[in-house]
Design a protein around this ligand. Structure first.
Ligand code: KIV
Length: 263
């Protein structure tokens, strides 16, 4: 594969090679992640991990564009997905206007929006207008207030049927991939087998075509609550605290700066 990963590459990977996705919100981290992953999601989770809000609902287009443009500035290889924020795709016309903005003002390769059957017409409209769209089904963080919490889906037959129907409807509408979040593993696996587009799981077991994690979760920077589906690959928060503590002690004691740091 060499060069920039395209939609066709992701499609070819389905069933052959797992697709590795991570979130990023700025150029510093997208540069660090780029060579290691296949795709970067500029998720509206930035509203929580980056801006300290309690959910994603107050993220807006200006913010998402600011962060996605920063991510794209240092990406050479990875496929970049722009997360459409809450309220930016309520109807076809505004969804298209916002998706066009995302394309024109960032280097994103695709957009992602949350929802199933009820969003199929919007996905169709965007696809007909040359926008590559990822659907996001199962646990939908933007529905946290309307559903009264972050609810795991696929726990009974009715929910399982609904998720499969949503996936098929989104694929039929032209979605180029699906994020499946917070869904029982057998359901996510069945969706993956039934659709011909790549599925990327988060809290959905190992049966999807790929996996996405929020970078601050997997690198141990956000430790107030560690969801069950997160594997931490670094104790980032403690490493940073320790390093800054050492810096503070050096400055207080006069050990830093010393002659070796002087001009
Ligand atoms: O906003 C985000 O980071 C996401 C992932 C959790 C899939 O949508």
């Amino acid at each position: 594969m060499g060069g920039k990963i395209t939609l066709r590459d992701l499609q070819r990977m389905k069933g052959n090679e797992k697709i590795v996705v991570i979130t990023a919100y700025d150029a510093l981290f997208s540069a660090l992640f780029d060579a290691q992953v296949d795709a970067i999601l500029v998720g509206d989770s930035l509203n929580m991990s980056f801006l300290g809000r309690s959910d994603t609902l107050s993220a807006n287009m200006d913010q998402m564009i600011y962060h996605t443009a920063a991510v794209c500035a240092k990406v050479q290889k990875s496929f970049v997905i722009f997360d459409m924020p809450f309220g930016s795709y309520g109807d076809k016309k505004s969804a298209l206007a916002n998706a066009v903005r995302a394309y024109q003002e960032t280097g994103a390769d695709a957009v992602k929006l949350e929802g199933g059957l009820e969003k199929a017409e919007i996905v169709r409209y965007l696809s007909q207008n040359a926008i590559a769209v990822f659907g996001h089904i199962g646990l939908k963080p933007q529905s946290v207030r309307s559903e009264g919490g972050y609810l795991i889906k696929g726990k009974n037959e009715a929910q399982k049927r609904e998720i499969i129907e949503q996936a098929l409807a989104l694929e039929a509408a032209g979605a180029v991939g699906l994020i499946i979040e917070g869904v029982l593993p057998d359901v996510a696996m069945e969706v993956t087998q039934k659709v011909s587009i790549p599925t990327i799981g988060i809290g959905a077991g190992g049966g999807c075509d790929g996996q996405v994690l929020v970078w601050s979760d997997m690198l141990g920077f956000f430790d107030t609550f560690v969801p069950k589906f997160v594997k931490q690959y670094l104790d980032g928060g403690n490493l940073v605290k320790e390093a800054v503590k050492n810096y503070a002690q050096d400055v207080k004691s006069g050990r830093f700066p010393d002659a070796s740091h002087e001009y």
